[in-house]
Design a protein around this ligand. Structure first.
Ligand SMILES: Cc1cc2nc3c(=O)[nH]c(=O)nc-3n(C[C@H](O)[C@H](O)[C@H](O)COP(=O)(O)OP(=O)(O)OC[C@H]3O[C@@H](n4cnc5c(N)ncnc54)[C@H](O)[C@@H]3O)c2cc1C
Length: 372
């Protein structure tokens, strides 16, 4: 079930080109790369890196990482821990899953086993170990809602610890792991799933899919998975080597959550567009505590970056079906991705006063990815 994109299979490799380990396909070489399949191997690889004074970056399936063109001057550690262990706990079933398992393979397994909770997260690339990092989510569902515990190695003590979901401090596309990126190595994630739980559909795209297929009857876990995959594939949101539109990091920016005053700035910006947009036409919804979540895709398009826009004459550009996805049409460079990202951020800031936060991790750049 493990993502394999490297032609070689040895555990330690020196001077490894990183682009093939990512879905956006950019980046120079890592000084070395180590595949580690147990906590013991992780700990000894970390000790080896410390002895050699090498920084360490933890890599999963590479679907949310942009490596710099210079590469990474340290050790890239690839946890490949496998296995799924099930146990009963009241009305729910607990599944402890190795960090190196492929996320979507586990989702498929849960759907086939008639276990509800993950079906809307079908088709997201990457590993189980990375899922808690940005609290992956899609179609109104976040993985945090089914995470029971996470097993980690704390890099400051090298101790193995188990933590519950509250400790993980999950929030929209974030967690303790995202906020402290060099602190924890996730080795296992335990999910609480419910037998025969009815799927819940909250997204128009999915409801439309069912409305067009009345013969299917009420949504089941299987048909929801199919609906999600169909909708995602139509936008290049399922990674496929042969589909260039999927060669990115999914959504490149998170949807901004704005205070009332900041949202007023967006309303002003919308009125000042060459084709003015009224407040009730701005895709936004209340997100509690007086804040409003605004569609980043809408801000980007309204600021002048239509779907499919290329960055200058490069092979970096927006996905033609999804304005939020920056993709590499082939042969693009990390530097161009950062320049394009900055151009988009500057335009959105100028028009709407909003700072767009990128979703992927930028690795091997100077402190600020914008410094080349
Ligand atoms: C086509 C496409 C569609 C996507 N759609 C979605 C979507 O709908 N929703 C969504 O939320 N995301 C989406 N993504 C983003 C991405 O797939 C997820 O964030 C995914 O969880 C990343 O998994 P990965 O294994 O590839 O992690 P990587 O990209 O390898 O790493 C991501 C981050 O997690 C850290 N990390 C990875 N493994 C571990 C570990 N074991 N311990 C500690 N830290 C670790 C890394 O250091 C890095 O900071 C999409 C990406 C693509 C390319």
């Amino acid at each position: 079930m493990r993502i394999e994109r490297s032609p070689e299979n040895s555990k330690f490799m020196a001077n490894v080109p990183l682009a093939p380990y990512t879905t956006i396909g950019v980046g120079g070489q890592a000084r070395c790369l180590a595949r580690v399949s147990s906590t013991t191997e992780i700990i000894s690889a970390m000790q080896w890196a410390e002895e050699h004074k090498l920084p360490v970056f933890i890599l999963g399936g590479g679907s949310n990482v942009v490596f710099s063109d210079r590469g990474y001057p340290g050790m890239v550690l690839l946890p490949t821990l496998r296995g799924v262990v099930m146990k009963h706990s009241g009305s729910q079933l607990l599944f402890s899953v190795g960090a190196g398992e492929v996320w979507d393979a586990f989702v498929l397994y849960s759907v086939r086993s008639k276990l509800g909770g993950l079906e809307c997260l079908s088709g997201i690339p990457g590993t189980v170990g990375a899922a808690p990092v940005q609290n992956i989510g899609a179609y109104g569902h976040d993985v945090a809602s089914v995470i029971h515990t996470v097993r980690v190695i704390d890099r400051t003590t090298m101790k193995i610890e188990d933590h519950d979901a509250e400790w993980c401090e999950f929030s929209y596309r974030s967690s303790r792991f995202k906020r402290e990126p060099d602190r924890y190595i996730i080795t296992n994630v335990t999910f609480a799933l419910h037998p025969n739980q009815a799927p819940q559909i909250t997204y128009t795209d999915l409801q439309d899919w069912f409305d067009e297929r009345p013969q299917l009857g009420p949504p089941t876990l299987d048909t929801v998975r199919q609906a999600v995959l169909d909708v995602r594939i139509s936008k290049g949101m399922v990674y496929d080597e042969n589909n260039v539109y999927s060669h990115g990091c999914g959504s490149f920016f998170v949807n901004p959550t704005l205070s009332g005053d900041d949202f007023k700035r967006v309303i002003e910006g919308a009125k000042n567009l060459s084709n003015p947009v009224e407040e009730d036409r701005i895709p936004a919804h209340p997100a509690g505590d007086g804040v409003v979540k605004v569609s980043a895709a809408w801000l980007i398009e309204a600021a002048g970056f239509k779907r499919g826009t290329r960055y200058e004459s490069t092979n970096i550009g927006l996905n033609p079906y999804h304005a939020l996805a920056i993709i590499n049409y082939g042969g693009g460079a990390a530097r161009q991705i950062v320049e394009f990202m900055t151009e988009i951020q500057d335009a959105v800031k100028k028009q709407f006063g909003v700072d767009l936060t990128p979703e992927p991790s930028f690795i091997g750049f100077k402190e600020n990815a914008k410094e080349k």
